[in-house]
Ligand binder design. Structure first.
Ligand SMILES: *Cc1c(COP(=O)(O)O)cnc(C)c1O
Length: 390
């Protein structure tokens, strides 16, 4: 059996896959089992922020794998401690709790928010407001937190205690707040929901209102974090500081990591045995993440992300079939004048461009190290594909 046949027979069909088996990669390019080359402007899904198999990253990860590959969380360990210290110094937040994925990071944030409120106000103040069109993960609780009805099916009963409000209206948010509200959780740019960039005034006024009412602000930076939006974290673009922040996708440079960070007010909420993970804080993964931070935080790196983002947007806007471009840094949504975004994405892949969708938009989360020439090449393949489709 070939790869596809084995997959179809032995792996549960939770994904509709593109008809390609990827085998290797270098930089922004991936290669399939037949040796065909693809330019990847999706980075997995915003994961390979330094592209495929970056030399320095491979070295950092390999070196750690050959030193010590795992120890349980009952021991101190240098790589996660250093990573946590750096993240705190870089953000102004105070502490980190490790996990392995975005959904797990969000579960952790939800637990911390509820425990803070339980400790201070008792067990009935436990509700969390999230935004319509949001996406927070695939566990039963993070599906509950996700403000899209399509995700609230099959797996009943879902976790109680979530209320959903439309984005960008402080009045609607205030109307949803009750004496039971303990937190709000939101993405500053709704990634899966269609690259919806939240309004800055809305976010600032919401955070101010929440701070005044001891409602915790949880920012889900799973997709927007680690340089994606032209700042290390998207909250910096909004001039706010969350009480809790979750990070995952880009942080490991390709290895699974998720973590939740909290500010000063929450730093002692969790105590031994309130949370745990067997694999979280893995030293190999954290060595990869430390290397990612070395690169992303280097002088001038973020300026380049912003410049490349502007260039990408300009080039895309010039295409005949593009209606509009939504973008912050190198997080890009492309609204088409006509045609089904998913069909177009499938045809782009056939033409050698790995691209994803978000609702009815094409979505690009290119490696942050993509060059101007590679951006030109991506736009050229997209243009060709759109023209073939009309
Ligand atoms: C991808 C994503 C998640 C879920 O992350 P997993 O690692 O797949 O569990 C949560 N929130 C946002 C905003 C995401 O983009």
């Amino acid at each position: 059996m070939n790869t596809k046949e084995k997959d179809l027979k032995y792996i549960m069909h939770t994904y509709g896959r593109y008809d390609v088996a990827l085998k290797s990669g270098k930089g922004v390019y991936a290669y399939d089992e037949n040796g065909k080359k693809y330019l990847d402007v999706s980075s997995g899904i915003g994961v390979n922020c330094l592209g495929y198999c970056d030399d320095g990253w491979v070295e950092a990860v390999s070196k750690q794998a050959a030193t010590i590959q795992h120890m349980s969380n009952y021991f101190y360990s240098e790589q996660p401690s250093t990573l946590a210290q750096r993240l705190c110094n870089l953000t102004g937040l105070s502490k980190v709790c490790f996990g392995n994925s975005g959904a797990e990071a969000n579960e952790c944030a939800i637990k911390i928010a509820r425990k803070y409120s339980f400790d201070k106000y008792g067990d009935s103040r436990n509700e969390i407001i999230t935004l319509k069109n949001s996406f927070h993960g695939r566990t039963v609780t993070t599906l509950s937190a996700t403000g899209q009805d399509v995700f609230h099916n099959f797996f009943f009963p879902f976790t109680h205690g979530f209320t959903y409000v439309e984005a960008d209206s402080l009045d609607k948010f205030k109307a949803a707040v009750s004496e039971k509200t303990c937190a709000v959780m939101l993405e500053l740019i709704q990634g899966e929901g269609g690259v919806n960039i939240l309004d800055k005034d809305y976010v600032q006024s919401l955070v101010k209102y929440c701070n005044e009412n001891d409602i915790l602000v949880i920012i889900d930076e799973v997709q927007t974090g680690v340089g994606r939006t032209g700042k290390l974290f998207a909250f910096e673009n909004y001039g706010i500081l969350p009480d809790l922040m979750t990070v995952a996708k880009g942080l490991g440079g390709g290895l699974p990591i998720g973590l939740c960070m909290c500010g000063e007010k929450l730093k002692d909420v969790m105590s031994p045995s309130t949370h745990g993970t067997t694999f979280g804080a893995n030293p190999v993964v954290c060595a990869g993440a430390n290397y990612v931070l070395d690169r992303v935080c280097a002088d001038g790196f973020m300026d380049e992300v912003n410049k490349k983002g502007e260039y990408f947007e300009k080039k895309l806007s010039e295409l005949d079939d593009v209606k509009s471009v939504r973008r912050m840094g190198l997080m890009i949504g492309v609204e088409l004048k006509s045609g089904d975004a998913h069909d177009i994405a499938v045809k782009c892949v056939e033409n050698g461009l790995l691209i994803i969708t978000a609702k009815d938009l094409l979505r690009m989360l290119p490696p942050l190290v993509i060059s101007y020439d590679e951006i030109d090449e991506a736009v050229k393949i997209l243009d060709k594909t759109l023209k073939e489709n009309n």
